[in-house]
Ligand binder design. Structure first.
Ligand code: PGA
Length: 253
């Protein structure tokens, strides 16, 4: 049985004061929802303050990115050691915005996943097709390539610390979510790939989240699908009420 996981990706939003305020509100709203695992991923600059704010609550901390080396002359980058030092348990890797704006390739993403796992961080690995790729019927091909290249060379014990997020690029921030059936179909395919790459036992324990315009009005329906183990939420995670509603919908499944 995979415990539902809801992750709030705040992206490049919120000052430290706004981050603490959002965290405090969220803490109150979801304090009785322990059947769901909840993670927030604030910007780097707010990690320290949010770490303090979530103490004693059921909220865990994640980072939105990391560099693949532990330290060195890499101006402007943040290392896995630094993230661990702030008590992050999770890190998002390979988000489509990083693939698009920062030209992160599957090879770079693979290095980052290895760096995260080597440093005992749980890696939330994002994959997803563009609108053009979906229209050309290439969804499964794209997913297969991203999953296989991204996860290349991981050991079975490392694989246990993986989480996959299926995020169709056309659904991110557009208000247009994949239908539950569309998402479930891709999730089923991802799980099949995971059992080929690792084994069935490992694959059946890896959580596969859906992301892309998840909101209170569609989360229950998405979460009721067998292969959808939770959500990676962008826009709707910036409001405590809407994020709490999404967490609540995951409590029902
Ligand atoms: P969205 O973003 O919920 O705003 O569509 C999801 C994500 O990018 O993780």
């Amino acid at each position: 049985m995979r415990k539902p996981l809801i992750v709030g990706n705040w992206k490049m939003n919120n000052t430290t004061a706004e981050s603490v305020d959002l965290t405090e509100k969220l803490k109150r709203l979801i304090k009785d929802m322990a059947v769901v695992e909840v993670v927030v991923a604030p910007p780097f600059t707010s990690l320290d303050k949010v770490r303090d704010a979530i103490k004693g609550s059921n909220i865990k901390l994640g980072a939105q990115n990391l560099f693949w080396e532990d330290k060195g002359a890499y101006t402007g980058e943040v290392s896995p050691l630094m993230i661990r030092d702030l008590d992050c348990e999770y890190v998002i890797i390979g988000h489509s915005e990083r693939r698009e704006y920062f030209k992160e390739s599957d090879e770079i993403i693979n290095k980052k996943i290895k760096a995260a796992l080597r440093n005992k961080l749980k890696a939330i690995v994002c994959v997803g097709e563009s609108l053009k790729e979906r229209e050309e019927d290439k969804t499964m091909q794209v997913i297969e390539s991203q999953v296989k290249k991204g996860l290349q060379g991981l050991s079975l014990s490392e694989a246990k610390e993986l989480i996959i997020a299926y995020e169709p690029v056309w659904a991110i921030g557009t208000g247009r979510n994949a239908t539950p059936a569309q998402a479930n179909e891709v999730h089923t395919y991802i799980r099949k790939l995971l059992s080929q790459i690792f084994n069935e036992g490992i694959a059946s324990n890896i959580k596969i989240l859906y992301g892309g315009s998840v909101k209170p009005s569609n989360s229950a329906e998405l979460m009721s699908e067998k292969e959808i183990d939770g959500a990676l939420v962008g826009g709707a995670s910036l409001e405590a009420d809407s994020f709490a509603e999404i967490v609540r919908s995951a409590c029902m499944v």
